[in-house]
Each structure stands twice: as C-alpha cells, then as structure tokens.
Design a protein around this ligand. Structure first.
Ligand code: ATP
Ligand code: MG
Length: 565
C-alpha cells in the first residue's frame, strides 16, 4: 500500500480534553476521529487493527464451539420491559419512537434477544449446551464519556451467551470462556489480571473481570504480584482493635468542637483506632447504623452484598437528627433508638475502651465496651482496604491501582429465562428455565488497552498480532533518487508476494518527517532504503520496539525479515 494514496491524518497537537494516553495516540497517529461525545469514527489504519482483534476473538470463540450470530441493534422495547431492564438501566438506554408510534431501544447488550431466540428454538435438554456469540455494535448513553474509545456511547462488543440444562453445564461453559479469554488477551499481547467482581446485589452468582492496570481506568483494584481483587470486594490482613485491660463504665464527655474522628484524635489525644465512627444509611426505607474503626471508609458495595439490595444511600442530615437525635458529629451505637439496626466492621469485634458519639450534639461516650454497651446485631467485613495493608492470601503489601475492564464473564443463572419464559423439558419430563451465562469483551477497549501500555514519547509500538501493517518500507528522498524508487518497488513486490502487508512510504516529504511518522504509526519493522546505504548494496532495518538497527545486504533482506518476523 502506497502511503501517498492512503489516508493517515497524523496530528502534532491533540485536543486538551484527550487525557487518556491511548486516546491521545489514537488521534495523533490518525487511527480515530471524534464525531460527538463518546462517538468515534475509525479511520483506515485504526479499523485494520479492529479487524485483527475481531479475528483473534472469532478464532478463540469458534475454538470453544461458539456459533456466530448477528443480532439487531434495534430492539422492540416490550422484550426489555419483560425483564425489567428498561427501568433498571434507566438513562443508559437510548430509546427510539417511530413515526407510527412503535417503541424501540438501541440495545446496550443482548441477553434479552438471545433469550427470546432460545425460547423459540430450545425445547429440550437435548438441544443444549449452546454457545451463541456475536461481534456487534452496542449503544449506551454513558453519563460523562471520557477516555476516548475506552468508554464510547457506541462501541463494539463481543458478547457470548451460554445455554445449559444443568448448573454443571454452566460451570463448564464458564470455564471455557475463562480459558478462551486468556488466549485472546495473551494473543493480543496484553498484560492483564483477573478479579472476582462483586456479586452480592447481582444475586450471588459468580462473575470475574479481566482488567489492565492504567491511570485512564475508572475501576480501582487491589493487587500484589499474585493476587488481584476489585476494591469493592478486596480484603486485607489487619489486626482487630481488640481489648484494653481497663474496663471502666462508660462516661460521657463534652466535645463541642469535635465533628470528625480527626478532631477527636487531636483535641482529646485518643488513638484513632479507639474511635468508632458511625455512619447511618437508609437501606430501602430502614435506617441502619454502621460502626467503623477510626477513619476506615465504609465500602458501599460490601454493604449492598450484606443487605442484599442496591437501594441504599447515606442518610440526610434531617434523617440523622430524626433517627438519632444528633447531627453527624455525635452519633453512636450506645443508647441508639429502637428500630435502628446496628452492625459493625469485623475489626471492632469485641472491642472495648472505645469512644463514640452519644447521640447528643457536642457529646461523646468513652470506655465503651461494644459487647457490653451496644446492641450490635452482627459484624461483617465492611471496610475499604488501604494501600500497603497486607494481602490475606500472600502476605505481600497491597497496591491500589486504577484499572480498565477488558472483559467480563458472568454466571447469569435463570434470571432472563425465567422473565421471558425460556423453558426446556428435562430428562424426567419436567419444565425448567434455561441456565445461562453471559460473557463480554470490548473490542475497542482491547485496542485502547494495548496502547495504554505500548507507547513511548515518539508514538505507538505495535506487536505482530495487532499491527495494522507488518512492515513500514521507507523510501528516503524517493522523488529525487531513481535507484531508491526502483529498489523500493522491487522490495515491495517481493515482501507482498511473501505474504507481508507493507505500508510503503513513497511520499515526497523530508527524511525527518518520514522517520517521525514511522515511529508515530509504530509498525514493528521499518525497512529504510536510502541512497547512501544502497551504494554499498545495503539496506537498513529498524525494529520499533527495541530501536535496534541492522545493516543488511539487499539480497538477504527477505530472508532476514522472514527469520525475524
Ligand atoms: P464498565 O464498568 O467499564 O462500564 P460494564 O460492566 O458496563 O463496563 P459490560 O456490560 O460487562 O461492561 O460489557 C462487557 C464489555 O464491554 C466490558 O468488559 C468492556 O470491555 C466493554 N464496554 C462496556 N461499556 C463500554 C463502553 N461504554 N465503551 C467501550 N467498551 C465498553
Ligand atoms: Mg458500564
């Protein structure tokens, strides 16, 4: 392919709102252009990479028996109403009304439509197992899309669904996808880790996420070299607060200027861990008081898992006063009104010598023995872990990192088959709902995540699997040198005949521009044809990743490339 005829609009400057490294480089190297917030056009060079990723995904899905579908983006809203997801997903869903008044949505995912077709055709346990997948466009009205194609409002997903007649069958399908995802991400050259995602409010079914570490990520994970967990569920090894010898009776004391744990620590010289912080939440409609150690943060996702609902929120100031009689600075578990459920973090189990609010403004209790003085219904792991705490699994200090989710595998169970009545007859003649799994990968995210880790200040460093072209052939001063032109043309045809996809820089631009653009575009190998080397019968080869350069005899070049690539 002649670069002079190929559309690669590289940029020197990128817009200030392009903050993610991957987004900046995709704009600079002419891979994508923005059309609207969260909506991107892929240009020829970028689309070639997308096609390569799709092909890897397709091969690995096919290898586990996946059958490729193409489901429509335009979905009748009624099907989505039957599963309750129009309401549950709310504003994320784009809705369309035809002039005739028919209502559609633009599908953000396809569990409903897969289940609809399964209901039509899967009648017996003998019709399963099935793995159905597609690589298709999704629409999500993401609230504040940033980071370029990492969070688009229109994006491509590989979404797969398993249909089984037994729970063991679901385990097998889940494991197949887990293994396939390793192969896909390994082949793409990604450095990733797997975390168990929060499953509580989703119904307690197993789910895992494949993540890459990146400052452009919106997820937060706790990792060591051999442990990784989403911060929503991560645990750590921390000594419990425990007991002091002195077990005096509780006593109140005035704290007019202490609104926070820090204030208490500073003004009264109380060790932070001897302070119990009370947080009040409204769970569905009921008030809960949650007791945490010192400045530990309550983890809302853990609370959701414990309460079994996502319908919870911190109480407002008015609610605090209504339920406890005090504002947020002086709330505590001792003498709390009936009707408020009190739970506490595991680190406070059996603790005494504690300080906490007295449910009276400007007043605290000391010498609290939680077992003796408070009615704590149960202790749970409720806290968000902190950087540097030791991992329970391997004892190493945990790092807290930002991460991007590449893919998600999820044991759905029978939620959708029950809602849509997708039943099958088992071996005993009984009707049961189909047991399902759902498995997604973001195609553009693979590309963006690769770029998050594989750029330098000059540009992209592609690997063999994803590179848009295999080889960049640079003809230096080609418009001024017949021998450079001839050699390039001959080389191009030899390389293409050998099966390489070659981008041939035949443009009438300076040597400096060629070198800079080649480094920016980042193809793995540059073959540099210049008059000076040709005079000695030589050609220079440069490897983009290592910057290693070698001078090769013209007649050996094909052999050399084949050996190296
Ligand atoms: P996130 O938490 O990042 O919003 P999600 O949990 O909504 O992701 P899923 O619904 O599990 O994602 O979708 C499967 C995959 O689709 C994700 O793992 C991700 O790779 C990709 N994906 C999801 N939302 C987007 C988006 N807005 N833009 C690009 N890719 C996306
Ligand atoms: Mg999302």
């Amino acid at each position: 392919m002649k670069q002079s005829e190929y559309y690669i609009p590289t940029l020197k400057e990128v817009p200030a709102d392009a903050v993610a490294i991957s987004h900046q480089i995709m704009l600079r190297a002419g891979l994508v252009r923005r059309l609207a917030s969260g909506v991107f056009s892929f240009l020829p060079l970028g689309y070639k990479v997308i096609r390569k990723i799709e092909e890897i995904v397709r091969q690995e899905m096919s290898a586990i028996g996946g059958q490729e579908f193409l489901l429509p983006a335009l979905n009748p809203i009624e099907i989505w109403e039957q599963t309750g997801r129009v309401e549950a997903m709310g504003n994320v869903i784009y809705r369309i009304e035809s002039v005739e008044g028919d209502n559609f949505i633009l599908a953000p995912t396809h569990e409903e439509i897969i289940t609809f077709h399964a209901k039509q055709h899967i009648k017996s346990y003998k019709d399963m197992p099935q793995i159905w997948y597609q690589i298709q466009t999704k629409f999500r009205n993401e609230p504040r899309p940033k980071s370029g194609v990492i969070r688009g409002r229109q994006f491509t997903m590989k979404d797969a669904y398993s249909l089984d007649s037994t729970w063991e069958g679901l385990d097998v399908a889940y494991q197949k996808h887990y293994d396939a995802y390793y192969k896909i991400f390994d082949r793409c050259g990604l450095k990733y880790f797997v975390v168990g995602a929060s499953s509580g409010a989703m119904g307690g079914k197993k789910s895992q996420e494949f993540m890459i570490e990146s400052n452009s990520g919106e997820d937060v994970c706790a990792v060591t070299s051999n442990y990784a967990a989403n911060i929503e569920v991560a645990t750590s090894k921390v000594e419990p607060v425990g007991r002091v010898n002195n077990n005096d009776a509780i006593e109140d004391f005035a704290t007019p200027n202490a609104k926070t744990i820090d204030d208490l620590v500073e003004q009264f010289n109380i060790p932070e861990h001897r302070c119990a912080k009370s947080v009040v939440y409204i769970v569905e409609d009921d008030p809960w008081l949650i007791l945490m150690r010192g400045n530990d943060e309550l983890n809302e996702t853990k609370l959701q898992a414990i309460t079994g609902t996502t319908n919870l929120r911190p109480a407002t100031n008015e609610e605090l006063i209504k339920y406890t009689g005090a504002d947020h600075g002086s709330i505590g578990p001792v003498g709390i009104k009936d009707g408020i459920k009190v739970i506490a973090d595991n680190l406070l189990k059996d603790a005494n010598g504690m300080v906490s609010g007295a449910n009276k403004d400007g007043c605290h209790f000391k010498n609290i023995d939680l077992s003796r003085d408070a009615k704590i219904e149960a202790y749970y792991d409720l806290r968000t872990i902190k950087e540097g705490e030791l991992c329970e699994a391997d004892g190493q200090p945990l790092r807290i990192v930002k991460a991007i989710e590449l893919g998600h595998i999820f044991k759905l169970g029978t939620k959708y088959s029950e809602a849509l009545g997708a039943l099958f007859v088992d071996a005993k003649g009984n009707e049961n709902p189909i047991i399902m799994g759902s498995y997604g990968i973001g195609i553009e995210r693979i590309m963006a995540c690769y770029l998050e880790h594989n750029c330098d200040d000059k540009g992209i460093i592609w690997n063999k699997a994803l590179t848009p072209f295999d080889i960049h052939l640079l003809g230096l001063n080609i418009h001024k040198s017949e021998i450079v032109k001839e050699t390039c043309e001959k080389l191009l045809s030899n390389l293409e005949n050998a099966g390489y996809d070659v981008l041939f820089d035949d443009r009438e631009v300076s040597v400096g521009v060629k070198f800079n653009d080649a480094d920016l575009i980042g193809l793995p190998i540059q073959i540099i044809v210049g008059e000076k080397n040709l005079k000695e019968g030589n050609i220079e080869v440069k490897f983009r990743r290592t910057d290693e350069r070698q001078i090769i005899k013209i007649e050996n070049i094909l052999h050399f490339v084949k050996e190296k690539y």
